[in-house]
Design a protein around this ligand. Sequence first.
Ligand SMILES: Nc1ncnc2c1ncn2[C@@H]1O[C@H](COP(=O)(O)OP(=O)(O)O)[C@@H](O)[C@H]1O
Ligand SMILES: O=C(CO)[C@H](O)[C@H](O)COP(=O)(O)O
Length: 545
Amino acid sequence: MASYFIGVDVGTGSARAGVFDLNGRMVGQASRAIEIYRPQADFVEQSSDNIWQAVCNAVRDAVNQADINPIQVKGLGFDATCSLVVLDKEGKPLTISPSGRSEQNIIVWMDHRAISQADRINALHHRVLDYVGGIISPEMQTPKLLWLKQHMPNTWANAGYYFDLPDFLTWRATNDDTRSLCSTVCKWTYMGHEDKWDASYFREIGLEDLLEHDAEKIGRYVKTMGEPLGHGLTQRAASEMGLIPGTAVSVSIIDAHAGTLGTLGASGVSGDVADFDRRIALIGGTSTGHMAISRQPRFIGGVWGPYYSAVLPDYWLNEGGQSATGALIDHIIQSHPCYETLLAQAKTQGHTIYEALNTLLRKMAGEPENIAFLTRDIHILPYFHGNRSPRANPTLTGTMTGLKLSRTPEDMALHYLATIQAIALGTRHIIETMNQSGYAIDTIMASGGGTKNPIFVQEHANATGCAMLLPEESEAMLLGGAMMGTVAAGVFDTFPEAMSAMSRIGKTVTPQTNRIKQYYDRKYQVFHEMYQDHMKYRQLMQEGA
Ligand SMILES: Nc1ncnc2c1ncn2[C@@H]1O[C@H](COP(=O)(O)OP(=O)(O)O)[C@@H](O)[C@H]1O
Ligand SMILES: O=C(CO)[C@H](O)[C@H](O)COP(=O)(O)O
């Protein structure tokens, strides 16, 4: 009987499961939407019970679709967004919400309630900040924990576990509360290269209580991805998922990092070995992550990391990112007056809204090479949810120019295109910053929901000048999760072995024409000038305040 491995991926909008064979081919897949609450501006919350239920249902459906016997499933890997889960001492959900509802027990990664706590931490210039790009983000966990301590004393007093969402999932699956090196290094300031929490940091920021009893609330044991947890799936979790108790479960990983595992090491069409200095993994979902790895730590201001062994053992990860990309595209189109009509039309024709907009753009441009030029006079600064990299400023906001008194579908299509182009220019900015610090990136290994969109992919190639390599398996996060399952089950000894056996490059998209390159050089100049102008307006208004 053939063996299969399951990857579970919890993104911001849904929980997904995929069943893979040892060649990395997906034979079954399912997904479930998850709830999201926005009780006030900058607050974004979820429920761990709701997410766990969605995960179990997705796994069951994926195994049914694969039409295999659960005994053939030999290993699982979980990845998820880096959201903060809070449970009481018995492991029950504990509210983190002004609503007081216990089911709202997750502060989602994109939540910006802890901006002032992050500012306070940054003012201390502690050495751990050197390992997060020089500036801690309110999207990381220690500012959020500080917010909880200051604003929700009851929750603080009753909390038994603070988990990164990926570690919550493996704890729920195995009853083993070992944390992953990926989450703790990337989001919790764990000093992976020294294998310890930095007590002076927690003392200085006022969270020293979290290190009591061997840091039991935030992570007593930290292990690398691929190591097996506990005794595998517990009886309870196995019956919830329709699997066999004892099935191997790997230490978890963050979603974008799983996408990196699923793509970065893929051998080229010619079978070339991956050159990590020239490659970056781009995981374009609700947000975009830009992941590059190197043997030596590279300290790059405004780019998260260097993170020790956060994707591959003994490699250092530099993680650029944009906090709102898919979320921004969706926001721009959904707030246009034509959205509902166009969506209804698209649905009748069996298309997505993105396909409808892409068709309209192709019609407006005449030739595919002319699409990029449609927005000559429309420019967007895409910082609607701050800038994660390389400006590392969560307080920045967005700007649009070139607006008209128009409410046509064509007008909506232009705003949509200008948004994609602005996001692609943000990626160019991140790559340029990384290339100034030792990388020589000219190749993007692209995955995530955004890469289902051919215009998103083409405009990223055009704006950056890089080749976009799309993996044969588009569900790279699920594949990364399944790879972890193979290593935990002992089928592969190392990730490089699993990566070369299970991931391959499918399609390559290159920049279109030299004329488009010059056009984008000018748009990139506008992009920077819009930022300068934005800062100028801020200063003017502050002077008057
Ligand atoms: N079929 C599609 N065509 C074009 N874009 C898509 C499609 N599906 C999803 N997207 C884009 O991908 C984003 C979601 O990415 P996804 O990886 O599914 O999300 P997450 O992991 O954050 O839950 C959406 O916001 C949307 O912009
Ligand atoms: O912070 C992150 C990775 O370090 C991600 O942005 C976060 O996990 C959200 O992922 P997605 O956009 O796929 O929902």
